[in-house]
Design a protein around this ligand. Structure first.
Ligand SMILES: [Zn+2]
Length: 65
């Protein structure tokens, strides 16, 4: 039994049935977790990365004081 790190809901994940790198979602809080290791199961919250082409823009007009 694996509990959601966020809300302690049983995620219903069986370590025999999942693989590293798999994504599981908590039915309760909706957080997605990536399975980092399977024995024991270790979960890592998946950060939603918004992919757009905008690269990190540094402030162009430096405000030197
Ligand atoms: Zn949860």
């Amino acid at each position: 039994m694996v509990l959601c790190p966020e809300c302690d809901t049983d995620l219903d994940v069986d370590e025999d049935e999942v693989e590293e790198g798999e994504i599981v979602s908590c039915p309760e809080c909706g957080t997605d977790f990536e399975i980092v290791t399977v024995s024991p199961i270790e979960l890592k919250p998946v950060e939603e990365e918004i992919e757009d082409d905008e690269e990190e823009q540094e402030t162009e007009d430096g405000d030197y004081s």
